[in-house]
Design a protein around this ligand. Structure first.
Ligand code: HEM
Length: 399
């Protein structure tokens, strides 16, 4: 076995992108690495190359038969590791629930949840852990409302989901137990919703909609409904809550951005986009794809058929050929076509919802607590390294 560098590469102390990304981007060839599951792969870091791999059907996700680069099992990933036509069929069953129009309709609900969580923080003791008291319950409650998951169960998910989103941090037996318990919870919930529908009751939420599709082509199997329900809850809250906490932290380091969001909340969009570009959230690096033909990338490299490639959106987001001064967090970036939500057929289903939650969450936090500051020395913050989504385990703040 040749001595290859192991991927994913370790992140920086504050969860910054691995230094290797910038170095590799300069290399004419695609560097060969050993994935954490033992397979060899080529890593793709240049912006236009990453976009091509993510959007060209000659790169297959399902042909990569090894385990994913994080602790979820392939069977629990209804969308992420599937290719057309199966991927399109499953995604088509839920996509209507997350269109820009639907998200505009959700806005009052999201605003209510933000207000309730902020009011709870304001009424509680100081200092407060903003992850525990705001970013996680906010993002989780929004997903519960959308899916129709009982909100009294909100506290049950994080202890299961943290190990499921591990990239080597949690032991395999813990991960397996959490997969099983999460699956058991959603199996029982889907059964309950089915029974209520059969009894003629109206049940709000996407789980009930998945069980009673308006169009035949949106029909999913019972097992798919269970997997999709758990998957959407996880995908929807884990990313958003971590990005929000990391965004609050970054804004505290950039007071000019705090002023902008606080004084002109309607213009928070570009700030949020820039934070999303800058943050480098993906601890697994990217999703492995297999080339099903020889494919020439825009950067000039030809990927031979059969090779595994891992496109790295975080590296693409810091490509100086596309983003001027990529290492600077600038709220006035005019053009910001970042790849934080992916690109192509697997582009994040909840991107519009995530944007809304980020905008409302940040304007609410800095609007309610204009003097917000860290309650501990920065060196004491615990970063979520070796996890699928980087972020903070806690964010103790006061005001
Ligand atoms: C800031 C928050 C978020 C970020 C950074 C984010 C990012 C991503 C990324 C990078 C992907 C994968 C793209 C790929 O596989 O190539 C993805 C997929 C996905 N996201 Fe998000 N996401 C966020 C919030 C949400 C929310 C709120 C939802 C709620 C519905 C959601 C649901 C999904 C789903 C279901 C997929 C799988 C799509 C597919 O494979 O077709 N995400 N997201």
């Amino acid at each position: 076995m040749t001595d290859l560098q192991v991927f994913p590469f370790p992140a920086g102390i504050r969860g910054e992108p691995p230094a290797e990304y910038a170095r590799i981007r300069q290399e004419p060839a695609l560097p060969r690495v050993r994935l954490s599951n033992g397979r060899e792969a080529l890593v793709v870091t240049r912006y236009h190359d990453v976009r091509l791999v993510l959007s060209d059907s000659r790169f297959s996700r399902s042909a990569f038969t090894s385990t994913p680069l994080f602790a979820r099992t392939t069977e629990s990933l209804a969308l992420n590791t599937a290719d057309a036509p199966e991927h399109g069929r499953r995604r088509g069953a839920v996509a209507h629930a997350f269109t820009a129009r639907q998200v505009r309709r959700m806005r009052p609900m999201v605003e209510r949840v933000v207000e309730e969580q902020i009011a709870e923080v304001a009424a509680g003791p100081r200092p407060v852990d903003l992850v525990d008291r705001f970013t996680v319950p906010f993002a989780l409650r929004v997903m519960c409302r959308i899916l129709g998951v009982p909100e009294e169960d909100v506290g049950r998910f994080k202890p299961w989901v943290d190990p499921m989103m591990s990239v080597g941090r949690f032991p395999a037996d813990t991960v397996a137990r959490c997969h099983q318990e999460m699956n058991g919870y959603f199996t029982a919930l889907v059964e309950d919703v089915r029974a209520a529908l059969d009894a003629g009751r109206t049940v709000p939420g996407l789980i009930a909609e998945m069980l009673t599709p308006r169009k035949e082509e949106r029909r999913l199997s019972r097992a798919e409904v269970i997997t999709m329900s758990a998957g959407i809850l996880i995908a929807g809250y884990e990313t958003t809550s971590n990005e929000l906490a990391a965004a609050v932290y970054e804004m505290l380091r950039h007071p000019e951005l705090v002023r902008r969001v606080r004084d002109r909340p309607d213009e928070s969009g570009p700030v949020v986009e820039e934070i999303l570009r800058y943050l480098c959230a993906n601890g697994s690096g990217g999703v492995p794809h297999v080339a099903t033909a020889d494919v020439a990338l825009p950067g000039g490299v030809v990927v031979p058929a059969g090779e595994v490639v891992v496109p790295i959106p975080d590296a693409a987001n810091h490509d100086p050929g596309v983003f001027e001064e990529p290492g600077c967090l600038r709220g006035d970036r005019a053009e910001n076509s970042h790849l934080t939500f992916g690109f192509g057929a697997h582009h994040c289903l909840g991107a519009e919802l995530a944007r809304l939650e980020m905008r409302l969450g940040l304007t609410a936090v800095f609007g309610a607590f204009p003097t917000l500051r860290l309650a501990v020395p920065e060196e004491e913050l615990r970063w979520r390294t070796d996890m699928f989504v980087r972020g903070l385990w806690e964010l103790p703040v006061t005001w």
